[in-house]
Each structure stands twice: as C-alpha cells, then as structure tokens.
Design a protein. Structure first.
Length: 84
C-alpha cells in the first residue's frame, strides 16, 4: 500500500463519518485512535513481535473490525461514533 492509497482511504473514512453526522474533531480523534490501534496490532505480529502493552479488551481485534475497514467502514464507525 502506498501513501496515496492510505491518504485516499483516510479521506474516505472522513467522508463516511461526516455523512453520518460526526463532527470534524470527533472523527479526527476516532481515526487517530483506529490508526494507533492498527499500528500497534501490526507491531505485535512477526517480524516485529513486540509487546505493545495494550490490554486485550482494548486492542484492534476487540473492536470487531474486519480485515479491510473499507468493506465495513459504516458498520465500524457506527459502533465507535458517539451518539447525540
């Protein structure tokens, strides 16, 4: 995955959140959190195999996120986005 595709995917997530009524500050926080959890998950696997120190109930897999967020972005953000 190259930089352009990552940027495109992030903007796609932002559009989805905006369309669902989530404000800029809220979706920025949520995307930052998701990216952090995904990076920690990647570092916990080979070849890195690091202890990232995130409790199991708060890690990437605990979110129930599909392998590709693109295919389930509305479902994922529906569960994460705060409700009015």
């Amino acid at each position: 995955m190259n930089t352009a595709s990552i940027v495109s995917r992030v903007w796609s997530f932002c559009t989805t959140l905006r369309d669902d009524g989530v404000g800029y500050g809220d979706y920025l926080e949520q995307l930052t959190y998701l990216i952090f959890l995904k990076m920690a998950d990647e570092y916990s696997k080979p070849p890195y195999s690091r202890d990232v120190g995130i409790l199991e109930q708060y890690n990437w897999h605990s979110l129930g996120v599909a392998p590709s967020l693109v295919s389930s972005e509305r479902l994922t953000f529906y569960h994460i986005a705060p409700r009015p």
